[in-house]
Design a protein around this ligand. Sequence first.
Ligand SMILES: Cc1cc2nc3c(=O)[nH]c(=O)nc-3n(C[C@H](O)[C@H](O)[C@H](O)COP(=O)(O)OP(=O)(O)OC[C@H]3O[C@@H](n4cnc5c(N)ncnc54)[C@H](O)[C@@H]3O)c2cc1C
Length: 383
Amino acid sequence: MEFGFTEEQDLLRESVIKLMERHAPPELIRQHDRERSFPEDLYKAWVDAGLLRLAFPEQYGGLGGSAIDLSIVVYELSRVSADLTMAFAGSIFCGLNVWRMGNEEQKAYWLPKVMDGEVKLAIGISEPAAGSDVGALKTKAEREGDHYLVNGQKLWTTAAGLKNSVISTYVRTDRNVHYRKGMSLLLIDNDMPGVTVRKLDMLGRRCAGTNEVFLQDVRVHESRLIGGENRGWDCLMAGLQSERATSAASSCGAAQAIVDLAVSYARERQQFGQPIGSFQSIGHMLADMQMALDAACLMMWRAAWLVSQNKDALREITMAKLFAAETYVNVANQGVQIMGGYGLNAEYDMQRYYRDARSATIAAGTSEMQRNLIAGLMGLKAK
Ligand SMILES: Cc1cc2nc3c(=O)[nH]c(=O)nc-3n(C[C@H](O)[C@H](O)[C@H](O)COP(=O)(O)OP(=O)(O)OC[C@H]3O[C@@H](n4cnc5c(N)ncnc54)[C@H](O)[C@@H]3O)c2cc1C
């Protein structure tokens, strides 16, 4: 059994760490969080460094990186900011969907645009009445010659409001069949006539942004239909796996930043004449935080390895997403506790980590839905 990374993977990690130190210093992250804005220059630095190319096959101009390579990048980006990483991850997993499900013409058109940073991709599944119950989505697309006329509303769409964002929009194209057979995927620019994007006021992840998207008589050419009409469910399923694997890596990286900050604070902060880390209750809490996080990372790397070997990994990805998300939320909560009042103060990063963490057990599928899926894979499917 091999637990190490290759030399190339160590170099990849080093280069991402250096890139983030150079282009995303702590003060810049704090400023964008305060201003709820997104650092486009950082996205450009990711593009220039080839990070947007990494996960795509060489045949299409990518670097042919594995799921492990991608997880290394997402882990390191998230160690700096899980919020900003969402813009990177959205482009990657929606782009991979185009690669998996699109025709050659679509791949030739969209993949270079994603890799060159000409467009960003966002994922539009959720709606006001369709959260965990994806099949309840109502946004409809009706054919009119070589176009679709799209009407409806998407909710919680991460990064949909960023510059040149194209929304991977799941729509209903046939209402008379089971939802799995009547759903399609359309790529819709966020500035097309009839599209309105409104950034929502959320607890955390304020830079990539969480949005609602209104679609009113939006005319979308059929060339933007990915995977064929009524094949949206297959696209969704193909994409969700990479979304969840990426999400586990993000939770692990962000959680490590929290533990590191809590440890350094516990070493420095003196009460009763000694560092608070020397009190057993604080030391044990930190030991438990790191132990849970190591377990989450092991599950995450196992899932990434299975994906990189093209093995069926639904159970392992789901468990990694679930456990990493819950660990992330738990260590964020404990991190605040360890820092006392300072943990809640805007001058310290812990409160931002805590705010950004909280959505991890909700976004990309709630913890309850992950447990449902795992139980189902154990033969315990709910009726
Ligand atoms: C920060 C953030 C970013 C997001 N980004 C995106 C995005 O980019 N694109 C996108 O499409 N969506 C996005 N989402 C939406 C996310 O996928 C949904 O919020 C999530 O699927 C849950 O849906 P809901 O919020 O409607 O909750 P609901 O589905 O209404 O669930 C409410 C509660 O009921 C529980 N529940 C529901 N059904 C069951 C069941 N069958 N068994 C047990 N418990 C159940 C849930 O687990 C939850 O605890 C994002 C959400 C957040 C918070």
